[in-house]
Design a protein around this ligand. Structure first.
Ligand code: GAR
Length: 203
């Protein structure tokens, strides 16, 4: 079974969706570590409740962004992690971490990339006036929200949507596609060919 680490900065609802999918026996992974840069992240409580080891690595405890990321890398190595899932992790991983896990770090983003990368993607979509947005699970490369796309799900924008209502409907889809992307990885069904991620047939 592959060994999964989740990095989260906040609420942790995507982490919870992963924990629940593992609990239902849908994901052949062992969730070995939840790491946060934020000691108050609700994600840490969710991990403790599920009996998953947690660690906090705070940016302000390190002189440089590089040193901070090297400490994260040490934890990933200590736990012999095969796959890293960023789930509401609100920092950009440094090249040292990304290069150590090529096509083995995933991220979930609340827009149909390459539209609306970066922060507050749902607000960006609403302000731009698109009629359809959604969410994306992708592999992490050295850019911001630029890596090869694994799964996307479209969500229509409604006339009366607010950032909150739209974010809520996108989140429901996030909770479905993130465990699914991890399952595809864990069962050896993802092949990265340049920018394209091919999903192989089952069996
Ligand atoms: C999710 O909507 C996720 O897509 C987004 O933050 C939220 C985290 O929610 N991530 C980003 O915007 C990354 N740039 P959660 O903590 O409840 O999983």
């Amino acid at each position: 079974m592959i060994r999964l680490a989740v990095l989260a900065s906040g609420r942790g609802s995507n982490l919870q969706a992963i924990i629940d999918a593992v609990g239902r026996g849908e994901l052949p992974v062992k969730l070995v570590l939840v790491l946060s840069d934020n000691p108050r992240a609700q994600a840490l409580e969710r991990a403790r409740t599920a009996g998953i080891p947690t660690v906090v690595v705070r940016r302000e405890d390190y002189r440089s962004r590089r040193d901070f990321n090297l400490e994260i890398l040490r934890w990933l190595r200590r736990y012999q992690v095969d796959l890293v899932a960023l789930a509401g992790y609100m920092r950009v991983l440094s090249p040292e971490v990304v290069r150590a896990y090529p096509n083995r770090i995933m991220n979930i983003h609340p827009s149909l990339l390459p539209a609306f990368p970066g922060l507050e993607a749902q607000r960006q979509a609403l302000e731009y006036g698109v009629k359809v947005t959604g969410c994306t699970v992708h592999f992490v490369d050295e850019g911001v929200d630029t890596g090869p796309i694994i799964i996307q799900r479209a969500v229509p924008v409604r006339e009366d949507d607010t950032v909150e209502s739209l974010s809520g409907r996108i989140l429901e889809q996030e909770h479905q596609i993130y465990p699914e992307a991890i399952r595809l990885f864990a069962t050896g069904r993802l092949r990265v060919e340049g920018r394209r991620v091919r999903v192989l047939e089952e069996g």
